[in-house]
Design a protein around this ligand. Structure first.
Ligand code: ADE
Length: 340
């Protein structure tokens, strides 16, 4: 893979590229990284790349007539057109699925911003894939670009040596759950013992334990990964959910709802999360989609009803409450040695 980075601060990348596992990957020819200083595309004697915003306001805006020629010139350096990424807090939020998608490209061109951002015409003309690494604001796109490089290169065949290991990572594989707990020697340390099953030599039992551990950890730490989507439901809606495309699968949401916002929980016993589930209600049918965020006005409450529709949004009718699986944090016995 070829990666081109356009930045006002190429020096920021030097340490990272020359010290990490990346150095060896570059030496082995698995990946090549080229840094381009945007300032080289300035045409005035002050070498300026930014200016004050029209309409007033604080900060400086990076000029479109610097960025567009720069990207065009950089693109010409290789026959491969490349996938252009603009690092911005306003982009789609990076996750492992997006990293996997980016790793399929033979060339990435990463455009790092600074100051108040780019002139809007950069987006209109270049139509980049805008990516954010999280809901917080960095001083610029450089650290975000390094995050993307770091996450993507480990998926390039030949980078890790053992491709299986990235398939077993958290957020990877078909179910995208957190990874299971790991142990190594000694068998006992300060009274904390390694779970017996891992010492048993029974490979099937170990695999079962690990899968159970992944599911339970995910429920406890990141219940949002098990939530397919959120919808407003109305009081006394009778919701019957059927997974698509496995139409025979009853969802974990049968019953009578009290109303409010409700998420559909995907059961990781199935091989793949469904593309969507449709729920028939007494009102209009509602659809849940993977990756939807909980509604702003009703964030999931730790141990509360919104976080786990299996728990409290469903009334007495289903009797589901007693079969709690942990997303709402009850019916799990905390022990000092809990591997979850
Ligand atoms: N630039 C500033 N903040 C950023 C963020 N969160 N993600 C990507 N690029 C950024």
């Amino acid at each position: 893979m070829r990666i081109d980075v356009i930045t006002l601060f190429p020096e920021i990348f030097q340490g990272y590229l020359s010290e990490s596992m990346l150095k060896r990957a570059i030496q082995r020819g698995v990946v090549e990284v080229h840094l381009h200083n945007l300032r080289n595309w300035a045409t005035d004697k002050h070498r300026s790349v930014d200016d004050t915003p029209y309409g007033g306001g604080p900060g400086m805006v990076i000029r479109v007539d610097r960025v567009v020629p720069c990207v065009e010139d950089v693109r010409k350096l290789s026959e491969e057109w490349g996938h252009l990424i603009l690092l911005t807090p306003q982009g789609r939020r990076l996750n492992q699925a997006i990293v996997e998608e980016l790793a399929t490209h033979r060339r990435l061109v990463l455009l790092c911003g600074r100051y108040e951002g780019f002139d809007e015409r950069v987006r209109i003309i270049l139509q980049p894939d805008e990516i954010s690494i999280g809901d917080y604001v960095l001083n610029g796109g450089e650290v975000a670009a390094m995050v993307i490089i770091d996450a993507v290169v480990r998926l390039i065949p030949g980078f890790l040596g053992d491709e299986e290991s990235s398939r077993q990572d958290s957020f990877s594989g078909p179910d995208r759950l957190l990874d299971h707990a790991q142990y190594t020697r000694p068998r006992e340390y300060r009274g904390h013992r390694v779970p017996e099953v891992l010492l048993s030599g029974d490979h099937q039992a170990v695999a079962r334990w690990r899968q159970q551990n992944r599911v339970e950890r995910t429920r406890r730490r990141r219940a949002d990964l098990l939530v397919l989507g959120w919808q407003k439901v109305w009081a006394n809606d009778r919701v019957v959910c059927k997974n698509q495309p496995r139409s025979k699968d009853e969802s974990p949401l049968p019953g009578l709802l009290r109303g409010g916002h409700c998420g559909a929980v995907w059961e990781p016993t199935q091989e793949l999360p469904p593309a969507a589930i449709t729920c028939q209600t007494e009102g209009p049918p509602v659809e849940f989609h993977p990756g939807e965020q909980p509604p702003e006005d009703k964030p999931p409450v730790e141990g509360g009803s919104v976080n786990n529709p299996q728990h409290a949004e469903i009334t007495e009718e289903t009797g589901n409450e007693s079969e709690d699986h942990g997303a709402c944090g009850k019916a799990i016995h905390e022990t000092g040695d809990s591997p979850f």
